[in-house]
Design a protein around this ligand. Structure first.
Ligand code: TXE
Length: 471
């Protein structure tokens, strides 16, 4: 295994100072189970001072952020993208150690994080209002104004990317931020915050309160001093967070996961489809909100497609992130136990594990590994077709015709992403319109959505707005 990267301060960042907490949380490497760091365990006290600092920075009582013009914010964000790129190897090593994801994916995530800062840096001085024709003696205009203090609660699956997506967008518009990273993976976020301070971001503009969801997260969601709340995580926690924010009429943006279908017709470019179907579920060990976790395959080609997938799944290898195999571990023992229990129940219900990948011999013993698996012969309406398993597990079904494909695609409360694989142009358009989903890809599948594309879902996948793009 490679040596550990440069560690950032593991404290809370409040008003530009690193503040130690009495209680600490251990951070485990998912690849080995070894403790690699201790981080601050922020409580409502730290959240309170962080919100006060963010308010001070926004109002102009702390630092000079409120006097920064849109152009100056733009220049800072663009320059910060270059700072991230200069620290790329270190940030990627931190992300790989902290999340267990294969190194190539960790590197891609840091590149994406820098691109978010570059994209929103470019947008910062282009957020125009409108003029509205009205009665002759009126000149009517709309002003695009910042919310103020933005609370951001982010998960552990793509910590650096989601940091970029949330923080860069908020700063571009002139907001200040209190960020609650996930207790399971917050090292890249702390390093990014450290770099931002060193790079001249005024105190209080970005505050970070590492800690537990039920403590720091709950205190932040319930705080009356925030002006907007953005949450990425499970639907269940999302409900609690949205209820807490509603008490103070704080607007929320919720990104809550998915059960996204990849629909393969017999006329598809099979090589491209198979490649994307495997990548769409194995990437990040399936711990991706937009993972293509369901396969719908046309009955007339099902034997050939499933046969090819059995071969591909059997060839997949799991190992520590640093070993850069096809698939890394799950984030923690709890997620692994939850997934294994669901898989055992599925087998008891008669579902067939048609293929499994393998753990390499060099994989560390204490890692939270679950090998990639292909499930077939699934009864209609079974839990594995409806619930987010959040692991490298693909649930396959067949369909007879386009109407059945549409019915099955929509047979879930989630609606985040979908992939349609067919050369038939009419069918592409009909299905793209008919599928209840925030994004639909045709002959492609882009888990993660892309920086420039509006990303977000409907139903249980989330509400109130999109991430990425200028949406
Ligand atoms: O998520 P939580 P968990 C889904 C995925 C996974 C499941 C559970 O299906 O299996 O969620 O993962 C903070 N008040 N996704 O338990 O609880 C927490 O500290 C305020 C989908 O890790 O939603 C973390 O920062 N905050 C997903 C964040 O919420 C609270 C990404 C997410 O944790 C809180 C991750 C509370 N009461 C999991 N409780 C996606 N959409 O990509 C927890 N948190």
């Amino acid at each position: 295994m490679s040596s550990l990267p440069i560690m950032p301060p593991r404290e809370a960042l409040i008003a530009g100072e690193w503040v130690a907490t009495r209680e600490r949380l251990e951070v485990q490497a998912p690849s080995s189970g070894a403790v690699i760091a201790e981080i601050a365990r922020s409580q409502s006290r730290e959240v309170e001072t962080a919100v006060v600092a963010a308010r001070g920075a926004f109002s102009g009582e702390l630092g000079d952020w409120s006097s920064w013009s849109a152009r100056r914010r733009s220049e800072w964000l663009l320059a910060f993208a270059a700072v991230i790129e200069a620290d790329h190897a270190n940030l990627a090593a931190l992300e790989c150690a902290d999340t267990g994801k294969p190194m190539t994916q960790a590197r891609g995530d840091i590149t994406a994080c820098a691109r978010y800062f570059r994209f929103y840096g470019g947008a910062a001085d282009k957020l125009h209002g409108e003029t509205i024709p009205f009665e002759n003696d009126f000149a009517v205009m709309t002003l695009r104004e910042p919310y103020g203090v933005c609370a951001q609660i982010i998960p552990w699956n793509y910590p650096a990317q989601i940091f970029g997506r949330c923080v860069a967008a908020a700063l571009a518009a002139g907001n200040t931020v209190v960020l609650k990273p996930a207790e399971d993976a917050c090292l890249s976020g702390l390093r990014l915050a450290q770099l931002a301070c060193e790079h001249g971001l005024p105190p209080g503009v970005l505050n970070v309160v590492p800690g537990l969801g039920r403590e720091a997260g709950a205190a932040l969601a319930a705080h009356s001093g925030i002006d907007h709340l953005s949450f990425t995580g499970s639907p269940e926690t999302g409900t609690q967070v949205a209820q807490a924010a509603a008490v103070h009429h704080v607007p929320v943006t919720m990104e809550l996961g998915g059960k996204s279908p990849q629909i393969v017709f017999a006329d598809a470019d099979m090589e491209a489809a198979l490649e994307a179907v495997v990548r769409g579920i194995v990437q990040n060990a399936g711990q991706t909100c937009s993972a293509g976790s369901r396969l719908l395959v046309e009955a007339s080609c099902a034997e050939a497609v499933l046969g090819a997938l059995v071969e591909r799944f059997s060839a997949l290898r799991c190992d520590a992130g640093e070993a850069n195999a096809d698939c890394g571990p799950l984030i923690n023992a709890r997620q692994k136990a939850k997934l294994e229990a669901r898989l055992a129940a599925a087998v008891e219900d008669g579902i067939r594990v048609a293929a499994k990948g393998r753990l390499t011999e060099s994989a560390p013993v204490g890692g939270h590994f679950v090998v990639p698996q292909l499930l077939t012969e699934i009864p209609d309406g079974h839990e594995v077709l409806k619930e987010e398993l959040f692991g490298p597990v693909l649930a396959a079904q067949t369909f007879a015709d386009e109407a059945e494909a549409l019915r099955l695609a929509n047979a879930t409360d989630f609606g985040l992403c979908a992939g349609i694989w067919t050369r038939d142009g009419g069918r592409q358009l009909r299905l793209a319109k008919g599928i209840r989903s925030g994004q639909v890809f045709v002959n492609n599948y882009g888990a993660g959505g892309g920086i420039e594309l509006p990303f977000g879902g409907i139903g249980r996948s989330g509400m109130a707005g999109r991430r990425g793009s200028k949406a």
